[in-house]
Design a protein around this ligand. Structure first.
Ligand code: TXA
Ligand code: MG
Length: 340
């Protein structure tokens, strides 16, 4: 089969091309687009063949459900079997934004999207380009992160190009993602809301709106609360070592001895530590980390070091969400499962 020609469209070209891209999307083409979290690989939920293509193009396990992106809360309500009590309040506070709400779905949502679950994850993204595309297309759009399965999510159009050029017809370039890690996933399908995937919107932020504590679901590979939790995620193919900041010098030396060469991903204050390559996480605030983390993992992966080292981060809910991603990226390499 001939490989399709991939076109990269920038935000500036929006007016002339957006209509065409949106029409293609609605008719069953795959379109990679920016959101404030990470780039998504979108397909109309009403095009079975396009949904299939998402799984094929990414190499994604078929039992991992897709998040459906909507252009407004009304479009979300059309997909729901019932509206959970806290839905409206959460939407008022956090949409558009990096919060996915898992709710009971109705028959309008195909099984292929939810992997047969009776719930669906819904999200209204905040990125202007994403919203313009969703409005113009006029249909709900299923979109996982636009990476090959198992790799870190892309946070620039170049990283999408790297994974998917020649496999999809359109990549929309909206610049680097502002948040940089995937949305918080909140399960509203039972009477007790809980966080299935931590993200930029914290359990505390949500608890404040709901007026009660919001637990985080524990991840067990036997019975994951969210199918995505059982897969190894976000991982570079170079072994990744996490280190306390205070032990960075020692860990770098040990790792280099074992791996031959070592790349350091860290706040710029660590730039002068002995490593074979360096990627700056700016001032090292949680927001800096989140914005740079995936680009750093992907960029350093390509440089071919024997191992990568990154200091752990603590002290805020966003730091905890980052540690959730980092611990998966650094997980032992013997785990066989692949991810999305
Ligand atoms: O920020 C994001 O959420 C990005 C952008 C593109 O919107 N999307 C994203 O999608 O990260 P993906 O497919 O890479 O991750 C979706 C996660 C998976 O862990 C999946 O298992 C979970 O959400 N999920 C989706 N629908 C679910 C459902 N009905 N019940 C439980 N978990 C669900
Ligand atoms: Mg993903």
């Amino acid at each position: 089969m001939a490989r399709p020609f991939t076109r990269l469209v920038s935000f500036e070209e929006e007016n002339t091309l957006l209509r065409q891209v949106a029409k293609d999307l609605a008719r069953g083409s795959l379109v990679a687009f920016p959101t404030e979290t990470v780039y998504g690989l979108g397909a109309s939920i009403f095009r079975e063949a396009a949904l299939e293509r998402i799984f094929r193009v990414k190499g994604r396990p078929g039992d991992n459900p897709l998040i459906v992106h909507v252009c407004d809360p009304a479009q979300a309500r059309e997909l729901m079997a019932r509206i959970p009590p806290s839905f409206e309040e959460l939407v008022r506070r956090f949409w558009p934004g990096p919060l996915t709400l898992v709710v009971p779905r109705n028959a309008a949502v195909p099984d292929r999207v939810t992997a047969g679950l009776d719930t669906v994850g819904l999200r209204m993204p905040r990125h202007a380009f994403a919203l313009a595309l969703l409005r113009e297309a006029g249909i709900p759009v299923a979109a996982p992160s636009a990476n090959l399965s198992g790799r870190p999510s892309p946070t620039t159009a170049e990283e999408v190009w790297h994974d998917l050029a020649g496999r999809i017809p359109w990549i929309l370039d909206g610049g680097p993602c502002q948040v940089g890690i995937e949305s918080t996933v909140l399960d509203l399908s039972s009477s007790r809301p809980r966080v299935l995937r931590p993200g930029f919107v914290s359990a505390d932020d949500i608890a404040e709106v709901l007026g009660r504590p919001v637990p985080q679901a524990r991840s067990t590979s036997a019975r994951p609360a969210s199918p995505g939790m059982k897969y190894r995620h976000y991982a570079p193919s170079t072994p990744l070592v996490l280190s306390a900041s205070s032990r960075l010098r020692q860990v770098l030396a040990q790792t280099r001895e074992r791996a031959g060469s070592v790349g350091l991903i860290a706040p710029s204050i660590f730039e002068n530590l002995p490593a074979d390559g360096f990627w700056s996480l700016g001032e090292g605030t949680p927001v800096d980390y989140a914005r740079q983390l995936y680009a750093a993992l992907r960029g350093m992966d390509r440089r071919g070091f024997g191992a990568l080292v990154i200091p752990t981060i603590h002290g805020s809910p966003l730091a905890r969400a980052l540690m959730n991603r980092l611990s998966k990226a650094a997980a032992p390499f013997h785990r066989p499962s692949r991810s999305a």
